[in-house]
Design a protein around this ligand. Structure first.
Ligand SMILES: *[C@@H]1O[C@H](CO)[C@@H](O)[C@H](O)[C@H]1NC(C)=O
Ligand SMILES: *[C@@H]1O[C@H](CO)[C@@H](O)[C@H](O)[C@H]1NC(C)=O
Length: 448
């Protein structure tokens, strides 16, 4: 084997190793068996050196209860599916005609017991209850105890927070989603004993709390159904408040990069924002949007890294680096047209892709198969669109482009492409009946 071939193989294996441990928000994440991870509305629990991810199995593309899944990982990236943690029981509030959402699990040391809380509801969300289940091992299966309204008031989106002294709290949207409440749990974590904090008229849901340097951070979205909105944070030096006024965790226009908060996990002096990009008409295809949360400006802000990794021991994260290629520099054909707007990089993008219109980006430097590429697009319509992507004239792959809510708001979506080493040409279009979103640029990721 000559030195060049050896070096080439070295690059490929380094790339493969890197990719094995990267987070790619919005990609389809698969487990160690190659199945799509079904764990929406996530809750993460660490037990020893292992992480457990609980979530909603939405593989039936229905909001109704199928299972609370349980995945295990030692690196928070490679997940193996375990037995389901909670499964339907006919004739109860967790039957297949009811709702079980946002499962969260904490460990009760005194009882050596894992306790799961979840949003428990009827199919029209009219019951507005919490459900509680317990188990002796992280994935259970859990024994369902009951569903009820905490302290006699409604509870819809919810989460749990376990403080450093072991006291646990329910975080929940109450009173028709108008008032957000934080209530203390009893010593067993089976019930709620008193309201610790109430944010009246705050219309919050999808909550999470983490504690950093003695400050409590509450993360939550507002209420807009499955559609995303700008998620917020609040701070307080006590869970009893007073809470600060709300502030954004990302620029308002991007609607939290088209996602909704599910869980917020400390990572050293940073954290990981774990959200859902809901796809209401095909719920099981909803993707996971995990980003670093950085306090580098003094307040938590999402770092919109397309491809990134973390070091769980050091508590640090690294965003991949790549090379940008502007769409307007490509070969434009058919109906495709250059559009100008200050929000586009270089002030320009290519629109009217589809109906025979296309753009071919030439001389795109590749380093090998299975390279992550991010497509930066603006989709001014109130629908999802999609674009076809063909490498060197090969078969097209279809990439979904979420509705970005109008105007020229940019969002990126990832696609794994088989580039060859050296120059490639990549063609973007849409099938004859559709237009794709406006393409601003692509970034070809090469290294961490
Ligand atoms: C919220 O409203 C309740 C009555 O609904 C009131 O008792 C409580 O003091 C209010 N809390 C705050 C922080 O304003
Ligand atoms: C692609 O997007 C168009 C809208 O532009 C939509 O009608 C079509 O169903 C989408 N195709 C797929 C496979 O999602």
């Amino acid at each position: 084997m000559g030195p060049y071939l050896r070096r080439f193989i070295g690059i490929l294996s380094a790339l493969a190793a890197t990719y094995a441990a990267v987070i790619v928000p919005g990609a389809t994440w698969t487990d160690t068996s190659g199945n799509v991870i079904q764990a929406h509305g996530a809750g993460i629990l660490k037990v020893g050196s292992q992480y457990y991810w609980f979530g909603e199995d939405k593989s039936l593309n229905s909001a109704l209860f199928k299972a609370v899944s349980c995945y295990q990982s030692s690196d928070l990236v490679t997940w193996s599916r375990q037995n389901d943690a909670l499964t339907p029981i006919a004739g109860t509030m967790i039957s297949t005609s009811n709702i079980v959402e946002r499962p969260k699990v904490i460990f009760n040391t005194a009882n050596s017991e894992y306790v799961m809380w979840f949003h428990s509801d009827t199919s029209n969300y009219g019951a507005a209850e919490v459900g509680v289940a317990t188990a002796k091992s992280p994935c259970g299966p859990y024994n369902y105890k009951s569903s009820f309204q905490p302290l006699g008031a409604q509870s819809r989106d919810e989460s749990l927070f376990q403080d450093s002294d072991g006291t646990a709290y329910l975080l929940y949207a109450s009173d028709n989603n108008q008032n957000f409440k934080i209530s203390k749990l009893d010593a067993n974590y089976y019930n709620v004993v008193s309201v610790t904090s109430q944010l009246n008229g705050s219309t919050l849901e999808a909550p999470g709390v983490l504690k950093r340097n003695g400050v409590y951070y509450l993360f939550a979205s507002h209420t807009s159904g499955w559609a995303p909105n700008p998620n917020k944070f609040f701070t307080a030096s006590s869970l009893a408040g007073p809470w600060s006024t709300q502030a954004d965790i990302s620029p308002e226009a991007v609607n939290t990069y088209f996602s909704q908060n599910a869980f917020d996990m400390p990572l050293g002096s940073n954290a990981i924002y774990m959200g859902d990009r809901w796809r209401p008409d095909v719920l099981g295809s909803s993707t996971y949007i995990w980003y670093p949360l950085s306090w580098s400006t003094g307040v938590p802000q999402i770092v919109a890294a397309d491809v990134w990794s973390f070091d769980l021991t050091a508590g640090t994260y690294t965003a991949a680096t790549g090379t940008s290629y502007e769409a307007e520099s490509g070969t434009i054909s058919g109906s495709a047209t250059i559009l100008s707007d200050p929000s586009f990089s270089g002030g320009k993008a290519v629109g009217y892709l589809g109906h025979g219109g296309s753009v071919m980006l030439n001389n795109v430097q590749g380093i090998g198969a299975n390279q992550w590429v991010s497509l930066y697009f603006a989709n001014g319509d109130s629908t999802w669109r999609n674009t076809t992507v063909s490498v060197n004239g090969g078969a097209s792959v279809l990439v979904d482009q979420p509705n970005t809510g109008g105007g020229h708001v940019l969002l990126s979506v990832p696609v794994k492409l088989n580039l060859k080493s050296g120059a490639n040409s990549i063609t973007f279009s849409a099938n004859q009946a559709n237009y794709a979103a406006d393409l601003d640029k692509i970034i070809v990721y090469t290294a961490m």
